[in-house]
Ligand binder design. Sequence first.
Ligand code: SAM
Length: 247
Amino acid sequence: MIKWGFSVHRIRSSNRILLVLLVALLLAVACAGSQGGRPGGLPDEINDDFLAEDLDVDEWVESFEGESRGVYAQRHAIVAALGLAPGDRIADIGAGTGFFSFLFSPKVGDEGRVYAVEIAPRFLELLRARARELELANLRVVEGTDRSVELPTESIDVAFICDVYHHFEYPFDSLASLHRAIRPGGSLVLIDFERIPGQSSEWLLEHVRAGREVFTAEIESAGFRLSDEIFLDDLEGNYILRFDRTD
Ligand SMILES: C[S@@+](CC[C@H](N)C(=O)[O-])C[C@H]1O[C@@H](n2cnc3c(N)ncnc32)[C@H](O)[C@@H]1O
């Protein structure tokens, strides 16, 4: 059997430099993929529909706010489970058509704040129009980017991420911006799809790049600790996890 030390020793010095450079390159590529870059398995077109200039908001209101959608049908139970109190500051990351943000608003009251964060221009317009119409003085619509939630440092107690994490194109960058925005001891609530190879539909297996174990590991690596799972009797196909900011 050839031992590594012996074979490397015999490689000529110019080849050795090339070998070192090659290993360094491979490590750099691996780190980019796992930390800063687009994660493996993420569909290229994951946000294309939302970002389209001609996005039909009425169509998406119908789709996101239909009683056949589990998280919509269970929206009041989900909001109740968060245990929001007057004065709390919560960010609805990837607010979409905004129905969760609008339910958070009366829970946190005049002293509290709701940030509805979006990256899709037509949803941002819709959120602003709906917030104006509903006269929600404690709600701010925030334009995020695909790498940052664009919220001030330690400005929120809770980040709420429903059906959005698997849409993050640069999850580690987005998580770093969330870690900055959440106050020490604050929390991140993740709602996403159960993804079980052999059980979930082909569409879901392709659309959602990973299951709860991978998402949990990613979020914990960004300075959070899984602290709780919320079970709702009538919510099928989704899980709800709470993470606390640890440092
Ligand atoms: C499936 S929709 C969910 C909308 C809403 N949370 C709901 O449950 O009805 C995903 C949303 O995430 C938004 N999104 C995707 N990547 C994002 C990011 N990096 N930051 C903020 N929002 C993002 C999309 O524009 C889209 O509105």
